[in-house]
Unconditional design. Sequence first.
Length: 60
Amino acid sequence: MANTEHSTRGRNQDRARVAGGQDHEVKYEAGKTGKSKDAVKAAIDDVGNSRDKVEKKLKH
């Protein structure tokens, strides 16, 4: 029997991060924030890959 608690935690942790090396994630954040993909990548470089931090950086 699969341990669903572990797999759910893994997904939640994954959603809290932006994988800058994955084009679809960068494109998603760019569309969500109205910024360019280059701006998203620059934000990841500046503040790390925490989705909350990246989105706060892009709002300014």
